[in-house]
Design a protein around this ligand. Structure first.
Ligand code: ATP
Length: 258
């Protein structure tokens, strides 16, 4: 067993992971997903998604590359300009960044909505409760009284006054079918996904190729920095962002280390 495996297998509380461990962020991420599964908020498939993400993050150098930082700033500007922004929360997002999503929602005045691929009433309630424990006042997604067109029944469920009505949606770690269906509803879609070739970032207005653990706090920081910006400044940040370039830069880093 390597040192990496020994640390991972022995840890019960995340405080036990040594902060100076060379793979600290990866160990922390893995530990949070495992805890999420134990608490019933993350589906077992979330562990596979995490494994894929971890491989891409390794190749990215486990850092926010400059184009991802630009995407995070553009995303913050979009959220600040929005009439009805909604942040979508699935089992991995809830396990990895609950408090950080609550902070972002408050910085851009957005709603939080639980939106699950493998939806069960128990899991929706467990995630809503988990978010409340991390400071959320109101959590949407429990009513599920509207449907995203072109998706099968369970996968299409959203709140009528939440994602269904939103003009800007942040969908981190989203499945490709749903990302495409939301895009067809003419929403401005912001996706966080470590794989630039995955369908979700490919259809997003703002693809953020970064680990959600780094991306969300950085978006909040940008949002706070832009809190006093006028509409013209926010619009110019949005207009200057080049989604194709951001995807190309991430792929170049992953393939060639550039
Ligand atoms: P598609 O979008 O084409 O359906 P997929 O089947 O690989 O692709 P999912 O398994 O539905 O996608 O979603 C998982 C995605 O989330 C993967 O692309 C993975 O790279 C990404 N991912 C996993 N963990 C993280 C993380 N911590 N931060 C950002 N992205 C992550």
């Amino acid at each position: 067993m390597s040192d990496y495996d020994t640390v991972s297998a022995d840890v019960e509380h995340e405080e036990e992971i040594p902060a100076d461990h060379p793979r600290y962020q990866d160990l922390l991420t893995r530990h949070r997903i495992e805890t999420g599964i134990e608490k019933g908020i993350t589906h077992l498939q979330g562990m596979h998604a995490e494994g894929r993400g971890s491989a891409f993050d390794y190749l990215l150098g486990e850092e926010t590359i400059p184009s991802a930082d630009g995407a995070e700033r553009a995303a913050a500007a979009h959220l600040l300009l929005a009439d009805q922004p909604v942040l979508s929360i699935n089992g991995n997002v809830a396990a990895l960044v609950p408090e950080e999503m609550v902070d972002l929602a408050s910085a851009v005045d957005a709603d939080l909505e639980v939106n699950l691929f493998n939806r069960t009433p128990e899991r929706v309630e467990a995630i809503a409760e988990h978010l409340r424990e991390h400071g959320a006042d109101e959590v949407k997604g429990l009513t599920a009284d509207a449907r995203i067109p072109k998706l099968d029944h369970q996968r299409a469920k959203v709140d009528a006054d939440g994602i269904h009505a939103a003009d800007v949606v942040l969908v981190p770690l989203e499945d490709g079918d749903r990302a495409e269906a939301l895009q067809e509803m003419d929403k401005t879609e912001i996706v966080i996904d470590l794989n630039p070739l995955s369908r979700s970032p490919q259809v997003a207005a703002v693809p953020i190729v970064d680990n959600i653990i780094r991306a969300v706090p950085n978006m909040t920081e940008h949002a706070r920095d832009l809190a006093d910006a006028d509409e013209a400044e926010l619009r110019s940040i949005v207009d200057e962002f080049d989604r194709e370039q951001a995807l190309e830069d991430a792929e170049a880093r992953i393939r060639n280390g550039l």
